[in-house]
Design a binder for this molecule. Structure first.
Ligand SMILES: NC(=O)c1ccc[n+]([C@@H]2O[C@H](COP(=O)([O-])OP(=O)(O)OC[C@H]3O[C@@H](n4cnc5c(N)ncnc54)[C@H](OP(=O)(O)O)[C@@H]3O)[C@@H](O)[C@H]2O)c1
Length: 254
């Protein structure tokens, strides 16, 4: 019984930004839990590896390349998943980009780019897939926030603003979609080792200082997100909505 609560057999999940990093790890976790998967990022070639890894697990998998911040591309991604896999039960809004400048050095084009991908992308995919889920009268929308959406930190203005907005969007979408049986939640990771954080993870001193401060005494690895993404996609979380859950080894407490 408990096992079944967490199984995703027969479900279809769309994961944006799934070519590498946290998105790839979470797409594989959803596939291992039984879901068929549609993987997205901007370039088809970058998706080949995750597609073959999911195939090897015995699940159906399709690549739906496209820029999530482009309205017609977002609609085409959702349409392609419905056409090829029949439905969408889980949307994981994971595609995201980083920007780390001081206010007075932050360029308008960089501000715009971060907002377009992290915020507008989350809005456009949630809108396109939300319509599908409303017809189905069920679904799970999960978005990637960050503990920087709670906790102010210098040189993160554009990025943190988008993540704070994702947290509030999550609550509002939960209010609007809840009566139709759709749960909307967000995951707020702390510092994880991926391409996005490479420029910081190469600084050994900074990592040591971070680890010494965090209650878990370590940074996150993509596998640390597997449990939460399966939980928020499964029946086990059917009475949880509008929440943002920090997966940070206690970093946000320190
Ligand atoms: N790593 C961390 O410490 C950390 C902490 C908190 C939150 N997060 C969040 O977790 C998510 C994943 O981060 P990550 O560290 O795994 O980053 P990553 O390694 O840089 O991967 C980002 C993914 O997003 C895709 N992407 C970027 N722009 C896109 C667009 N316009 N349309 C579609 N796909 C796009 C990338 O593929 P292409 O470039 O090929 O399109 C890639 O697959 C992000 O939302 C990030 O903000 C990460």
């Amino acid at each position: 019984m408990t096992d079944k609560l967490f199984r995703l057999d027969g479900k279809v999940a769309l994961v944006t930004g799934a070519s590498r990093g946290l998105g790839k790890a979470m797409a594989l976790a959803l596939a291992r839990a039984g879901a068929d998967i549609a993987v997205n990022s901007r370039t088809a070639a970058a998706l080949a590896e995750v597609v073959s890894e999911i195939k090897a697990l015995g699940r159906k998998v399709i690549a739906v390349p496209g820029d999530v911040s482009d309205e017609s591309a977002a609609q085409k991604i959702a349409d392609a998943v419905c056409k090829q896999l029949g439905r969408i039960d889980i949307l994981l809004n994971n595609a995201g980009v980083w920007e780390g400048s001081y206010l007075v050095r932050l360029k308008k084009e960089d501000w715009d780019h971060v907002l377009q991908v992290n915020l507008t992308g989350t809005f456009l995919l949630s809108k396109a897939v939300g319509k599908v889920m409303l017809k189905q009268k069920s679904g799970k929308i999960i978005s990637m926030a960050s503990i920087l959406g709670f906790k102010p930190s210098p040189q993160t203005l554009a990025y943190s603003a988008t993540k704070a907005a994702v947290i509030q969007m999550t609550r509002i979408m939960a209010l609007e979609l809840g009566p139709a049986g759709i749960q909307v939640n967000a995951i707020a990771p702390g510092f994880f080792f991926t391409d996005m954080t490479k420029r910081y993870s190469e600084n050994e001193e900074a990592i040591k200082a971070y680890e010494a401060k965090s209650p878990s005494r370590r940074c996150g690895q993509p596998e640390d997100l597997e449990g939460i993404v399966v939980f928020l996609s499964s029946k086990a979380s059917d009475h949880i909505t509008g929440q943002t859950i920090a997966i940070d080894g206690g970093e946000s407490l320190a």
